[in-house]
Design a binder for this molecule. Structure first.
Ligand SMILES: *Cc1c(COP(=O)(O)O)cnc(C)c1O
Length: 389
């Protein structure tokens, strides 16, 4: 029995059981954290960066995940966001002001380009997009008011590679910030901060979580850059990661290294298989010697992901669609980096009236190999190709 229902419902039987020691850290699904003295409460209120006060700032599960990711990328700090798009938007908005200029690679992830073209353009920030495979051209595109160089290496449809050491070296000498979308390589295969890049961003919706059930974003960098971002835009926009998602990503991380190794092995098999098929005019993957960025990729990545593209030799839109429709295991969907194989035909994003058979990009089908055995994936591709006969 109880003496007061409200006390029962709100307060009783909730003491943490300290007699057990869970192997897995508990999920701290709590919006706020309490203090026993005004002194301690005041300290937290006046310095949220260094205290756990409210889950829009710090939360224990989010902090555990941030600490692991910062350690993996070799940075002092890491901020987590509700999506990769939020990670880019919040941090970039924090770093730029009216009158600044940005140099960005051509064709980054679409929503990364849009923060510059659709949103920051209204606040007086200008942008120059420059060939992602030409690091010298990216450097030449910088002006006196360039504040940021935004990179994505490799990029996730055509896999252009930038020379990170060279660009970072130039940027540091000229007091320009550098930020890279490192989602493709994951922190297992590429650590751009060690090469001099200031900020390393990930869509954790891809490899880092790895199970196609969470949307999340990451930015790693120095305390000097990220502490002011935390105290201002991070807290103000509130595009935070839910503690339950952070807890699940901590689980996903446990297999990150073995998933990346498997990805790399499967990619080698599938890329070589696709290269052997005359139906594909070209295969795009950074670790193929014939790819333009091969030498640089090898010098800055210790492995390569299982996301690659094939350029169909077939020029007929209908026939390319028939091939895509015939793939059974490769589900047609956006995203990648999960356990399941996927396909993204570029022509799905090209209106019929705009389709140009001579434009190689329009004939690209991006493939992602999941954790399936390479044999069944090769069979699926083989069967879909045979259906074209
Ligand atoms: C998916 C993706 C993003 C955006 O991340 P979200 O978590 O979907 O917001 C950014 N960059 C790359 C390379 C991506 O693949």
């Amino acid at each position: 029995m109880y003496s007061d229902l409200s006390e029962l419902l709100l307060h009783q039987y909730e003491n943490a059981d300290t007699s057990v020691q869970p192997v897995v850290p508990p999920a701290y699904i709590s919006s706020n954290f309490s203090f026993t003295t005004v002194h301690d409460f005041r300290a937290a209120l006046t310095d949220e960066f260094n205290h756990t006060l409210y889950s829009r700032g710090h939360n224990p599960n989010v902090s555990m995940l941030a600490a692991k990711l910062a350690a993996m990328e070799g940075t002092e700090e890491c901020l987590l966001f509700s999506s990769g798009a939020a990670a880019v938007s919040v941090v970039i908005t924090a770093l730029l002001k009216s009158g600044d200029h940005v140099v960005c690679i051509q064709n980054p992830y679409a929503w990364s380009a849009r923060i510059f073209t659709n949103i920051l353009s209204r606040y007086g920030v200008s942008v120059t997009f420059s060939d992602a495979s030409d690091s010298d051209a990216l450097i030449k595109a910088c002006k006196d008011n360039t504040r940021l160089i935004f990179l994505e290496s490799p990029n996730s449809i055509t896999f252009e590679v930038q020379d990170l050491r060279k660009i970072a070296d130039f940027a540091r000498k000229n007091h320009i910030l550098t930020m890279i979308d490192n989602s493709y390589a994951s922190p297992v295969f590429q650590n751009p901060h060690a090469l001099g890049i200031d900020l390393v961003m990930h869509s954790a919706s891809k490899y880092i979580n790895g199970h196609s059930d969470i949307i999340a974003g990451v930015v790693c960098g120095s305390r000097k850059i990220l502490e002011p971002v935390f105290r201002s835009e991070y807290l103000n926009y509130g595009a935070i990661l839910h503690p339950h998602s952070a807890w699940l990503i901590l689980r996903g991380l446990r297999t990150l290294e073995i998933r990346m190794k498997k990805s790399y092995e499967t990619a080698i098999e599938l890329v070589n298989f696709c290269k052997s098929r005359p139906e594909f005019e070209e295969v795009l993957w950074p670790f193929l010697p014939e790819c333009k960025g091969y030498e640089i990729a090898k010098s800055q990545m210790s492995g390569c992901g299982a996301l690659f593209s094939v350029v169909m030799a077939e020029k007929s839109r209908n026939k390319i669609e028939r091939f895509c429709n015939a793939l059974k295991l490769f589900k047609m969907a956006v995203s990648w980096g999960g356990y399941e194989c996927l396909q993204f035909p570029v022509l799905a994003s090209v209106p019929e009236s705009v389709y140009n058979p001579e434009n190689k990009r329009h004939r690209i089908v991006r493939l992602y190999a999941g954790l399936e055995s390479p044999e069944i994936l090769k069979n699926d591709i083989r069967n879909a190709l045979n259906s074209l006969k």
